[in-house]
Ligand binder design. Structure first.
Ligand SMILES: Nc1ncnc2c1ncn2[C@@H]1O[C@H](COP(=O)(O)OP(=O)(O)OP(=O)(O)O)[C@@H](O)[C@H]1O
Ligand SMILES: [Mg+2]
Length: 366
């Protein structure tokens, strides 16, 4: 192979694409590295509702070929110019649990974990892809650890899921460097490095995902069965308007937009507040349960996901929950034109997973 200095110096920085395929929409974020800085090149989202014959903002369960079509469309609409991608695997298609194993088995995890995993995984082990990380007890003790044990975070993804995502990737003509469960992507983009336990709360369309992160590692995760589409459906019923209209007003006015004396604004807010209650109460219960069990306080809740972009949500939720609430700002980890700053801050929570994927891909190729 010929080596030339000119090609070394003229080589263009390579761009990468993070792809987050949610139940209600696909989000893409293109980044590149320039002089050591991470530059935001483009981003975009496309609602999947119209591909499934339902309203924008609602959760769908589409086959891979339809998702591939939608992905092609958003790639075109957002002027994406790279095919080097990383794709998120939905949390719901994965199984994450903590194994408590006797200290000393660290060197034999490749044999021990698949055997132990059988107790936790409801399908034959040869139908899943297994991955694991030691998260505690390795001289790196956290509260709640058991003496003489190490804690191993076990991750399993069904082979069928991987092949579905591979085929979506090829429909959209992407070269996918890796697939990653969305939990890890989201945490990478939403959090700063820190020791204290924080929770990432990802508000999607049908569900809300809750992850506790301590010393940079995911210690616990689960799903709350309330999401942002519930409050749209409730507003549509309460105000006697179509689901599409309710979705539009939820996004435009939310809990704090529009003048309170404008017709319909007060009623909309009341409905949104009412229908948010079950979600926020369950979130508060989840926080308390974690704190009681581990005997340590969460230092903050970081909200991500499209549902977290509801105007006025942070302030409203803070009245109901004692732990400090922050909105994720993943684009804050990238360089972008100053005039976009406010827009990117507002849209940020929705793009957390996509940013997290692109950040890791950049690191891999850098
Ligand atoms: N500006 C906005 N104000 C309020 N809600 C919004 C706004 N933008 C999007 N949403 C809501 O966010 C929800 C979708 O969030 P997100 O895109 O994070 O979900 P998803 O990734 O498709 O779902 P999941 O992660 O559960 O599969 C929708 O229900 C939508 O109504
Ligand atoms: Mg999502």
């Amino acid at each position: 192979m010929a080596f030339s200095f000119s090609s070394l110096f003229s080589s263009q920085p390579k761009s990468v694409l993070g792809v987050d395929i949610g139940t209600s929409s696909i989000k893409v974020v293109q980044l590149k590295r320039d002089h050591g800085r991470v530059v935001l090149e483009t981003y975009g989202a496309i609602a999947l509702g119209p591909y499934a014959g339902v309203e924008i903002g609602r959760a769908t369960a589409l086959a891979g070929d339809k998702i591939g079509e939608a992905l092609k469309d958003v790639i075109r609409e957002a002027n994406v110019s790279t095919s080097d991608a990383a794709i998120a695997i939905p949390y719901s298609s994965s199984l994450i649990s903590i194994l408590n194993l006797p200290a000393g088995v660290e060197k034999q995890l490749a044999q021990v974990v698949p055997i132990e995993a059988r107790k936790y995984i409801p399908v034959p082990i040869n139908e899943v892809l297994l991955d694991w990380f030691v998260v505690g007890g390795d001289g790196n003790t956290a509260q709640g650890d058991q003496a003489g044990k190490i804690q191993v975070l076990l991750v399993a993804i069904h082979n069928e899921t991987i092949s579905k995502f591979r085929s979506i990737s090829s429909t959209a003509a992407l070269q996918t460097g890796f697939f990653e469960i969305e939990v890890f992507s989201s945490v990478r983009a939403a959090l700063e490095h820190g020791i204290a336990p924080v929770a990432v709360v990802d508000m999607g369309a049908a569900t809300t995902k809750f992850y506790v992160v301590e010393r940079g590692l995911i210690h616990e995760s689960h799903i709350i069965n309330h999401g942002s589409q519930d409050i749209t459906l409730a507003a549509s019923r309460a105000l006697g308007i179509s689901v599409a209209q309710a979705e539009e007003r939820k996004r435009k006015i939310g809990l704090s937009g529009g003048a309170p004396d404008q017709p319909g604004v007060a009623d909309l807010r009341k409905s949104l507040e009412l229908s948010l209650s079950p979600l926020l109460s369950e979130l508060a219960r989840t926080v308390t349960a974690y704190e009681t069990r581990t005997n340590q306080a969460l230092s903050a809740l970081v909200f991500t996901g499209g549902g977290a972009t509801l105007k006025g949500l942070r302030e409203f939720a803070q009245q109901k929950i004692q732990t400090e609430i922050r909105l994720a700002d993943p684009f804050g980890k990238t360089q972008a034109p100053a005039f976009l700053e406010a827009i990117l801050k507002e849209a940020g929570p929705e793009f957390c997973v996509a940013v997290g994927l692109a950040l890791r891909r950049l690191q891999e190729i850098g």
